[in-house]
Design a protein around this ligand. Structure first.
Ligand SMILES: Cc1cc2nc3c(=O)[nH]c(=O)nc-3n(C[C@H](O)[C@H](O)[C@H](O)COP(=O)(O)OP(=O)(O)OC[C@H]3O[C@@H](n4cnc5c(N)ncnc54)[C@H](O)[C@@H]3O)c2cc1C
Length: 502
C-alpha cells in the first residue's frame, strides 16, 4: 500500500512538520534520529544564541513550547530575553516534543528516495522498501558541513576530531584539547563560542582566524535595542520583521538578491553574552585568509594571506577547527536518487520552492535549511518552524485531498464503517474539500464509545481523524449516519444535503 507522506528528519523541522501532518489526520511515517544535530554535533556546554521566545518548536496545538516543557518537567524556566538556554536543555525539550507529538518516529535512516511513476520509492537502512505519495525533506544540517577547500586539501582523508583538522560539528566534548594550541577558523557564533569553550576546557592557546577585518563582533543586549523598530524573534528590526512574518514574499526576489540575503541577514555575529567570556581569553587574527594549509609532523600549518594579498606569515597549532558552517548542496544529500536530483529545479543555492514549500517535482517538499534559498534566512533557525510547518502541512493536505477525491469509492470503506455527511468547516471532512457536504466513512472506536475515526477514505489515508459520532453528530454539526447503500455512488459532492439526511 502506498503511504500518503514520508518525513525525512527528526530535528525541529521534521518533528514540527510531522506533528502538523498528524494533527490533520494524514498517514505519515517519520524517520531520523531525534534532535541528533543538537545532541551530537554541538559542543557540550554550548548556549543557544536564540532567546527563549525564539526557541520553541511549532506545534499544531498549544502546550508544547519551551516554556511548557520547563513548567511540566520542573526545569528552570526560560522566559525573558535575558535567559540563556543550554543546548542540553533544548535537546531534552526536543525529545519531549517528539515523545508527545511524534511518538511513532522510526529511528532508521532513509538510504534512498527516487521517483516511481507518480509516487516516490523509499529504501530504509533496515532493508525495508515502500512507496509514498509525498516526501518531506527535513534532513537539516546532516551532511552539509562546509570545510574551506584550502583546509580540505591538507587532509585528504577528510576532517576528523582526532586528526589535525576538524569541522566544529565533529566535537561534542572539547576536554581533549586541554593543554593544546588550537586555531578556530570562522567568525560566527559557532566559531566564537567554540573558542570560548576551548578556553574553558583549558586549551593552552586559542586563536580565531577570520577573513574580514572587524568580523569578530558581538550583538547588543536586549535592553540596547531601539523601541521604534518592530519586535521579532531575532530582536528589533524592520527587515527581520519582513523575513519572519512574510517569508513567502522572499520567493519573489531575484535569485542573486536571495542568495545575498541568506548569507548576510542574521549572519556571523557573536551573542551579546559571549563578549565578556571571549575578550582577553581568545586571540584574534582578522583580515587574514588561509592561502593554503599543510600538515607537518601531525601539526597543521596555515599560510595566511593579508588584506593586501601579501603573505601574512604562517600559523602552526596542534589542531585547527573549521567553524565554517553549513552549505546546502543537493549532491551532499546522498539519499536523493540521481533521477530525482536531476529533475529538481534549483536556484539561489537551494532547491527552488513554490507555495507551500513544494519543490519542482510534484509531491516533494523541503523545509528547514534547504528552504532558506526560497523562504529566507529565518528557515535557518528553529523559530522558522512557526511559519513553515503549518503551511507545508496545509499544502501536503491539499494534495492528499485531491488524491482522495479522485479515488473515492464506497467499496473501499472498511468493514463496520458508518457513513456520515459532513459540511466543510465542520471539522469532520475531507481535508481541502470544496464548500458543500461530503460523505465520509467513520469507524466507531470500541475503546471509546461515542467516538470514531474518520477519514476521507481508506486505501492509504490512515490514520484517520478522530470524530465524534454519537447521536449522528460530527464535531457538533448535524450529521446523520448513512447506510452504506445510501452513499452517493462515487461519494462525490452531495448537492442537496436534505436528500442525504443532514
Ligand atoms: C552550533 C550551532 C548552533 C545553533 N544555534 C541555534 C540557536 O541558538 N537557535 C536556533 O534557532 N538555531 C540554531 N542553530 C540552527 C539549528 O541547528 C537549525 O535551525 C535546526 O537544527 C534545524 O533543524 P532541522 O530539523 O532542519 O535539522 P537538524 O536539527 O539538523 O535535524 C536533521 C534530522 O534529519 C535526520 N536525517 C538526515 N538525513 C537523514 C536520512 N537520510 N534518513 C533519515 N533521517 C535523516 C537526522 O537524523 C536529524 O533527525 C544552530 C546551529 C549550529 C550548527
Amino acid at each position: 500500500m502506498t503511504l500518503p507522506v514520508a518525513v525525512i528528519g527528526a530535528g525541529p523541522y521534521g518533528l514540527s512538520t510531522a506533528a502538523h501532518l498528524r494533527a490533520r489526520g494524514i498517514g505519515t511515517r517519520v524517520f531520523g534520529s531525534p534532535m541528533v544535530s543538537w545532541r551530537e554535533n554541538m559542543p557540550a556546554g554550548m548556549i543557544l544564541k536564540s532567546t527563549p521566545s525564539a526557541s520553541s518548536i511549532d506545534a499544531p496545538q498549544p502546550g508544547h513550547t519551551l516554556l511548557d516543557f520547563c513548567r511540566e518537567t520542573g526545569e528552570r524556566r526560560f522566559e525573558s530575553d535575558w535567559d540563556t538556554i543550554p543546548v542540553e536543555t533544548f535537546s531534552r525539550y526536543g525529545l519531549w516534543f517528539q515523545e508527545r507529538l511524534v511518538p511513532e518516529l522510526e529511528q532508521v535512516r532513509v538510504v534512498s528516495v527516487d521517483r516511481r511513476a507518480a509516487d516516490f520509492e523509499l529504501k530504509l537502512d533496515s532493508g525495508e522498501q515502500f512507496t509514498a505519495r509525498a516526501v518531506v525533506i527535513a534532513s537539516g544540517l546532516s551532511g552539509l558541513a562546509q570545510l574551506p577547500p584550502e583546509l580540505a586539501a591538507a587532509v585528504p582523508d577528510g576532517p576528523s576530531a582526532v586528526g589535525p583538522v576538524s569541522h566544529s560539528s565533529q566535537h561534542r566534548d572539547l576536554a581533549p584539547f586541554a593543554g593544546r594550541e588550537v586555531v578556530v577558523v570562522g567568525a560566527g557564533q559557532s566559531a566564537l563560542e567554540t573558542a570560548v569553550l576551548l578556553a574553558d576546557a583549558g586549551a593552552a592557546s586559542v586563536r580565531v582566524v577570520a577573513r574580514r577585518k572587524g568580523a569578530v563582533r558581538f550583538g547588543a543586549a536586549p535592553d540596547g535595542q531601539s523601541r521604534l523598530k518592530p519586535d521579532t524573534p531575532f530582536g528589533r528590526a524592520w527587515s527581520l520583521y519582513a523575513f519572519s512574518y512574510h517569508a513567502d514574499g522572499f520567493r519573489h526576489l531575484p535569485a542573486p538578491a536571495r542568495r545575498f540575503l541568506v548569507g548576510r541577514v542574521l549572519g556571523p555575529l557573536g551573542a551579546w553574552w559571549l563578549r565578556d567570556r571571549f575578550i582577553g581569553r581568545v586571540h584574534v587574527s582578522e583580515g587574514t585568509r588561509i592561502g593554503s594549509a599543510r600538515v607537518e609532523q601531525g601539526r597543521p600549518v596555515l599560510d595566511l594571506i593579508g588584506p593586501d594579498g601579501a603573505s601574512a606569515g604562517e600559523l602552526a597549532a596542534d589542531h585547527v577547527i573549521a567553524a565554517t558552517g553549513y552549505r546546502v548542496d543537493l549532491a551532499a544529500m546522498d539519499f536523493l536518487g540521481h533521477g530525482l536530483r536531476t529533475r529538481l529545479a534549483v536556484g539561489a543555492g537551494g532547491p527552488r520552492l513554490g507555495p507551500g514549500y513544494r519543490a519542482s517535482v510534484p509531491g516533494l517538499f523541503f523545509t528547514g535549511l534547504p528552504a532558506a534559498a526560497s523562504y529566507g534566512p529565518v528557515m535557518r533557525f528553529v523559530c522558522g518552524t512557526e511559519y513553515a510547518s503549518p503551511r507545508l502541512a496545509r499544502a501536503v493536505a491539499a494534495g492528499h485531498a485531491r488524491w482522495c477525491r479522485t479515488r473515492l469509492s464506497p467499496g473501499s470503506a472498511p468493514p463496520g464503517a458508518l457513513w456520515v455527511v459532513a459540511r466543510r468547516g465542520g471539522g469532520l471532512l475531507l481535508p481541502g474539500a470544496r464548500r458543500g457536504v461530503w460523505a465520509c466513512p467513520v469507524v466507531p472506536d470500541p475503546s471509546e464509545p461515542g467516538f470514531g475515526t474518520a477519514g476521507c477514505l481508506v486505501g492509504g489515508c490512515a490514520p484517520w481523524r478522530r470524530a465524534f459520532v454519537a447521536r449522528g453528530k460530527a464535531w457538533g454539526r448535524p450529521c446523520a449516519p448513512l447506510r452504506r447503500a445510501s452513499v452517493p455512488a462515487a461519494c462525490r459532492r452531495v448537492s442537496d444535503p436534505r436528500r442525504n439526511g443532514d
